[in-house]
Design a protein around this ligand. Sequence first.
Ligand SMILES: N[C@@H](CCC(=O)N[C@@H](CS)C(=O)NCC(=O)O)C(=O)O
Length: 210
Amino acid sequence: MKLYTVPLAPNPMRVTLYIAERKALGCDLDIEPITVNTLKGRHREPEHLARNSWGTLPVLELNSGRFITESLVIIEYLESAILGPSLLPSEPEEKAVARNLERIIEMRIALPMGQYVHCQKSPLGLPPDPEKAQALAQQIQPGFDYVEQLLQDGRQFLEGAKPGVSDCTLGAFLQFMRFTETDLVGERQALRQWDERYRGRDAVKTLFMV
Ligand SMILES: N[C@@H](CCC(=O)N[C@@H](CS)C(=O)NCC(=O)O)C(=O)O
């Protein structure tokens, strides 16, 4: 399989983090990463549009030649296709709780965070929009409050004792926030400690650029 990706961008990064976590658990994931240079606009060129007409990254090319273009679906595909220790729980109720948390983080934090970064200091060169950035920064706060509350029971990672798919999503988007050299986490100590704990692990620490 091939993973078309780009460093720093958060959706590709959450898949990269997921792959690193599975490898750290001892799984043999035979996936070749291929960088598509978004700074040069390569994701908008016919070669990439043939893989994904939306022009976004990541894209997973399956051995059959088909393409999967949504990061969470890529992760779920790898969960079911690559046997061995995995990140999502197998028991249905636990799996639903883990997926539920991942969706909350994506919708309440990750989506506005992605827009926020592009309004502040877009790696794609989009024009800054400080007013919109300010509104997005406010929009993210309840999501951070939710995570801060969740961590109050002393859990090490977002879903419990082990890193899960939620950690990959939040970790990738906090890296993207750091790219703007801003900090929207504020006084939330549990979230701050989670961030340090997650980033300090061997599976993750060499992957982050900021
Ligand atoms: N829903 C998609 C979103 C992918 C996405 O928006 N990727 C960004 C990078 S984080 C991208 O390729 N942006 C380039 C563009 O839209 O031109 C997913 O989760 O994979």
